[in-house]
Design a protein around this ligand. Structure first.
Ligand code: HEM
Length: 432
């Protein structure tokens, strides 16, 4: 554009000075001027196309196929105004379960084939386990202390510890079953008190958040507690806004503009809230009574400090893991439950069959437990179909590539930025 404007000025200023006296020359000058401008525009467009092709072909050889990117924005224009997974589904149909996509300047390898995804998690786990920190998060909270977005031995240790801590506090165990049943009872009490139709999303979020609060903070909150509601709202806002393909990932400076002010303020609020909880736990820490994950985290820090080994768990980073467990567990489980409610409400014949199985296997006199699952194949299948039909983790957090490798016969270069797995496309294409 700049060149065209310059040329127009040069031609239009220069020519009249020389030929102003003669009208035939003025006409000729006008024609030459238009010809030059028209050709400049064509040349410019051709130049852009040429540069794009060079830029596109300059990359590593034998990458997975994918749509032609434009300069600066890559393939972002294909995503604009559409749901990511719809665009990715079309790419799956056109290029197969592995393709190359450009989100602005970042090149990603998009995986939508279950066997390739399995390979990255098993046979090639060492090559594909690195996490990629999206610029939006890098500019807002960084990666220190993160379960999702850090790499290397420290991350591995922290992740191992947190997985163990989650198991200790009941994930997959009877103790958590008890807490879930307690929450379900509280919810039933509230619901039976409501007259007329109501929106189940608020209470669904609160019960799930309470189960996670039990694991993290060692206690549940009353549904009417305003500070609890605020914290849940802010978490939901945070995880809804920090999109992995948001524009701030391509233009990170936007994070410093008013566009992202609410996001940065929410992050600060959450850090200070979780920080306050950690401080209270520090003040009342008792090794003989480990109440929750925060206590476990603090005791692990103490153990590392006292044993003289490298302290990889730092008190000032503890908020991050706690916040990520809350974020990773709350929205995913809440939305899965909400889809369950919606889909069974829309399919009453399915609802009737599930109810019949519940009445027959569990009956009216006791709460359900995990062991019932094996005796309830229909309900189990319905729960799995809900998660297949409406998966809530549409795209997994990006993974990085540790060293040059190959997948499905294509080259996957080290430091390619990241690998993304779109589970929704996997599940949509999984019809058998
Ligand atoms: C329907 C429910 C859930 C879904 C769909 C879901 C989905 C996911 C996905 C896609 C990942 C990323 C895996 C990867 O990139 O390798 C993940 C990681 C994680 N999730 Fe969940 N999740 C759910 C429930 C939960 C719950 C209830 C908790 C905790 C209480 C939790 C805690 C975590 C943690 C700590 C990680 C990080 C582990 C790692 O990086 O290896 N998730 N989840």
């Amino acid at each position: 554009m700049y060149i065209v404007v310059r040329c127009q000025r040069v031609v239009r200023i220069f020519l009249p000075e020389v030929f102003a006296q003669k009208s035939i020359f003025t006409m000729a000058a006008g024609m030459i001027s238009s010809y030059l401008v028209a050709n400049m525009q064509t040349s410019l467009l051709f130049g852009i196309a040429f540069m794009t092709a060079i830029w596109y072909m300059r990359g590593p050889k034998n990458l997975p196929p994918g749509p032609m990117p434009l300069p600066i924005i890559g393939n972002l224009h294909l995503l604009a105004g559409k749901k990511n997974f719809q665009v990715f589904y079309r790419m799956f149909q056109k290029y197969g379960g592995i393709c190359t996509v450009y989100l602005g300047r970042s090149r990603i390898i998009l995986l939508t084939d279950i066997n390739l995804i399995k390979e990255t998690a098993t046979k090639q786990a060492d090559n594909f386990s690195d996490r990629f920190l999206p610029p939006l998060l890098a500019w807002t909270i960084g990666s220190e202390g993160s379960l999702f977005f850090q790499n290397g031995p420290v991350w591995k240790e922290r992740r191992k510890f947190i997985m163990q801590a989650l198991r200790n506090f009941g994930v997959g165990k009877k103790s958590l079953e008890y807490k879930i049943n307690e929450e379900a009872r509280c919810l039933m009490d509230v619901m039976t008190g409501i007259e007329g139709p109501f929106d189940p999303s608020e209470y669904t979020t609160l019960i799930i958040a309470n189960v996670i609060c039990n694991i993290n903070f060692g206690r549940r909150f009353d549904y009417t507690d305003e500070s609890f509601k605020t914290i849940v709202d802010k978490f939901r806002y945070l995880f809804g806004t920090a999109s992995l393909t948001g524009f701030a990932n391509t233009f990170p400076f936007l994070v410093r503009t008013p566009l992202y002010r609410q996001l940065t303020q929410t992050i600060q609020y959450m850090i200070s809230y979780v920080g306050k909880e950690i401080k209270e736990h520090q003040d009342s820490l008792d090794e003989g009574d480990v109440r929750d994950i925060i206590d476990m985290y603090l005791l692990e820090i103490k153990r590392q400090q006292e044993s003289g080994e490298e302290v990889i768990f730092k008190p000032e980073q503890a908020w991050r893991a706690i916040m990520e467990i809350f974020g990773g567990g709350t929205d995913t489980t809440t939305n899965t439950l909400l889809y369950g409610i919606l889909l069974t409400a829309l399919n009453t014949e399915v609802q009737d069959k599930v109810q019949e199985e519940i009445d027959r296997v569990i009956g009216p006199d006791r709460q359900p437990c995990c062991e019932d699952r094996t005796n309830m194949p229909y309900t189990d299948a319905v729960l799995m179909e809900i998660q297949r039909f409406r998966p809530v983790a549409v795209i997994a957090p990006p993974h990085g590539v540790f060293q040059d490798t190959q997948l499905a016969g294509y080259n996957i270069p080290k430091g390619i930025g990241n690998v993304q797995m779109c589970f929704k496309v996997v599940l949509l294409s999984w019809t058998s």
